[in-house]
Design a protein around this ligand. Structure first.
Ligand code: GLN
Length: 190
């Protein structure tokens, strides 16, 4: 049985738990360092990255999460993608700094702060994925080690993988299409 943890400090964690259960995985809500023990993978959900960072600091989770993300399958969605990144252009909020991407928070600005688009994503099949973006970040740069799985307008990276790390700028937990969760489960199963 594969056990996937979902960081449950703030944001859309329940939605991930529900999909993972539907796919037959064991799930665990992660709130304390000990909750990371024995997990096959971890999802850092969307929400508000400053709040997630603040709560993670209060609960003594920054180092344990960093250690986990440096070696074990970890997927960040939206705020989680920001939290995973190495560079967000400021040191005013705590991040894990695990993935070699440069991320721009709230990259789409006010005018289109939320939108949906049918997005081709490498590795999940030919059918485009209906992607929901909510005050989403984008990665504007990525190291050579990073595989770009999806981009908008050619250079706005919205899905990427670096070995055991996965980042998506949109919210796959808000649609019925489970293909990105299945993709991550495969990563977690090695
Ligand atoms: N804008 C949020 C942030 O900066 C992320 C939004 C989301 O996760 N839907 O953390």
């Amino acid at each position: 049985m594969t056990t996937i943890g979902v960081l449950a400090l703030q944001g859309a964690f329940i939605e991930h738990v529900k999909i993972l259960r539907k796919l037959g995985a064991d799930t665990r809500e992660v709130r304390l360092p000990g909750d990371l023990e024995g997990l096959d993978g971890l999802i850092i959900p969307g929400g508000e990255s400053t709040t997630i960072g603040k709560l993670a600091t209060e609960f003594g989770l920054i180092e344990p999460l960093r250690n986990f993300a440096n070696s074990r399958p970890t997927w960040g969605t939206c705020a989680g993608m920001i939290f995973l990144a190495k560079d967000i252009g400021t040191d005013r909020q705590p991040i894990l700094g695990a993935m070699d991407i440069k991320v721009n928070r709230n990259a789409f600005g006010r005018q289109i702060d939320s939108f949906e688009v049918d997005l081709p994503i490498k590795g999940i099949g030919d059918e485009p994925f209906h992607a929901v973006f909510i005050r989403a970040p984008v990665a504007t740069a990525a190291d050579d080690k990073v595989e770009i799985l999806a981009a908008l307008k050619g250079d706005q990276i919205v899905a990427a993988r670096q070995g055991h790390l996965l980042a998506t700028a949109f919210h796959p937990e808000l649609t019925e299409d489970n293909r990105v969760h299945q993709y991550f489960l495969k990563m977690a199963q090695g």
